[in-house]
Design a protein around this ligand. Structure first.
Ligand code: CA
Ligand code: CA
Length: 194
C-alpha cells in the first residue's frame, strides 16, 4: 500500500486487526483503502462529512444522510467529526453480505444490522424511536411519492403495531420483534466493492 502519502499508511498489524474485526479479506481491505484515500481529497488521514457526500451510492440513497450519520456515530477515534480508515471499514462491514454457516461475531450479523438500522431511525440517539423520528425517516425514504397524511397514518400504525409496552416509543427490542420475519440480512447488504 501507498508509502508516499504521510499518515495514510496501513500497517500490517492494523490490516490484521481490521481483517479480524470485519471479516473483509486483505484484498478487499486494500480496495477499500484505495477508496478511502481517493475520498480523502486533501490527504488528512480521515474523512469529513463533505468527503462522504462524494460517494455516489450515498448521494442517491434516500437514507444517505442517515448512513453518513452512522459513520460518525460509530467512530471510535474520539473525534466525532472525523472518520478514520478503521471506522470507515467497520461501518462498511455492516453492509457486507452474510455468507452461510460462518462468520459468527462479525459486524454483519443480523443483530448488528438491526442495530445499525435502528440507529438510522433514532435521530436524536436516545435509544427510542418516536413517532416524529419515524415520520421524518419515512419522509426521507419515500418523500414525494406518498402524501403527508398517508405517511402520518403509516407512522402511527407502525408505532401501534410495534409498541408492546405502550410508551408510544419503539425500543430496540420492539423494533427487532417487528422485523423478526423480515430478511434484514438481504436488505442491509450493499455491494460497495462490486
Ligand atoms: Ca429517539
Ligand atoms: Ca415501546
Amino acid at each position: 500500500m501507498g508509502n508516499s502519502r504521510s499518515g495514510l499508511q496501513l500497517q500490517a498489524e492494523d490490516l490484521i486487526a481490521v481483517q479480524n474485526e470485519t471479516g473483509f479479506t486483505p484484498h478487499q481491505i486494500e480496495r477499500l483503502y484505495s477508496r478511502f484515500t481517493s475520498l480523502d481529497k486533501s490527504d488528512k488521514g480521515h474523512l469529513t462529512r463533505e468527503d462522504f457526500l462524494r460517494i455516489p451510492e450515498l448521494a442517491i440513497n434516500p437514507l444517505g444522510d442517515r448512513i453518513v450519520h452512522a459513520f460518525f456515530y460509530e467512530s471510535k477515534n474520539g473525534d466525532e467529526d472525523r472518520v478514520d480508515f478503521k471506522d470507515f471499514v467497520r461501518v462498511l462491514a455492516h453492509f457486507r453480505p452474510i455468507k452461510k454457516n460462518m462468520e459468527k461475531n462479525k459486524l454483519n450479523t443480523r443483530m448488528e444490522k438491526l442495530h445499525f438500522a435502528f440507529r438510522m431511525y433514532d435521530l436524536d440517539g436516545d435509544d427510542k424511536i418516536s413517532r416524529e423520528e419515524l415520520l421524518a425517516v419515512l419522509t426521507m425514504m419515500v418523500g414525494a411519492n406518498i402524501c403527508p397524511e398517508q405517511l402520518v397514518s403509516i407512522a402511527e400504525r407502525t408505532i401501534i403495531e410495534a409498541d408492546t409496552d405502550k410508551d408510544n416509543l419503539i425500543s430496540f427490542e420492539e423494533f427487532a420483534k417487528v422485523l423478526e420475519r423480515t430478511d434484514v440480512e438481504q436488505k442491509m447488504s450493499i455491494r460497495f466493492l462490486s
